[in-house]
Design a protein around this ligand. Structure first.
Ligand SMILES: Cc1cc2nc3c(=O)[nH]c(=O)nc-3n(C[C@H](O)[C@H](O)[C@H](O)COP(=O)(O)O)c2cc1C
Length: 202
């Protein structure tokens, strides 16, 4: 598949078929992910695959908890939250055959001084996010759908995802990605802003 096609086709997929994703496919995704640029060549990313039924149920519950918290925080009315719950618990939104959580290891450092703590943390997060985009584009080529879950970064939830992954506070969750074969046809979402609005030429 041409890069242009993968970029144009990628869109967030939130409903998946109940069909496994093979380990070879997962390896292809991770191989694409780690081709991303990585600040200072640190490669301090870690990809945790949640594959067993129990692990997936727990991850799903944490996504659902985060999504409800998100809806509450943006003051959506109770009926919208009820609809969201329905979509998640009855219609299967966010239930995927596999989830990959992407962490960074905060102990791996190139710049030693404390004054670089924040910048190096950001660099690590940015590198992991670039790896996630590579993974998402590769997924399109392999006929898979993905969505970036950020609500699991909320305080109280991020720690639980980390614990589920068997990691301690030295790791930080950058994103959680449900992956699977999409259930329904999803049209790529249009952008609200045109190029002229987001490009400044000096
Ligand atoms: C950092 C980040 C966090 C996101 N978190 C969530 C999330 O928690 N739940 C969700 O359903 N989508 C989440 N998304 C997906 C966005 O809603 C989606 O990318 C956006 O609406 C544009 O749609 P598209 O991906 O189909 O182009 C997230 C995307 C990014 C980049």
């Amino acid at each position: 598949m041409e890069l242009d096609e993968a970029i144009a086709k990628r869109t967030s997929v939130r409903y998946f078929r109940d069909e496994p994703v093979s380990e070879e496919t997962i390896e292809e995704l991770i191989e694409a992910a780690v081709r991303a640029p990585t600040a200072s060549g640190l490669e301090n990313w870690l990809f945790v695959l949640f594959q067993s039924g129990e692990a997936r149920r727990k991850v799903f519950d944490l996504i659902a908890e985060g999504m409800v918290e998100y809806y509450r925080t943006v003051n959506l009315p109770g009926e919208k939250i009820e609809k969201l719950r329905n979509r998640m618990y009855k219609e299967g939104m966010y239930r995927a055959p596999v989830y990959i959580a992407v962490f960074i290891d905060r102990r791996v450092r190139f710049l030693r001084g404390r004054e670089f703590d924040d910048v190096e943390f950001m660099w690590s997060v940015e590198s992991a996010a670039m790896a996630i985009e590579n993974l998402m584009l590769k997924a399109v080529e392999l006929g898979l759908g993905t969505v970036y879950i950020g609500v699991t970064n909320f305080q109280g939830i991020e720690e639980k995802v980390r614990e589920l992954a068997g990691l301690d506070g030295n790791h930080y969750l950058v994103g959680l990605i449900p992956i699977g074969y999409q259930r329904d046809a999803v049209k790529p979402r249009k952008r609200r802003k045109g190029i002229k609005e987001v490009l400044r030429v000096l």
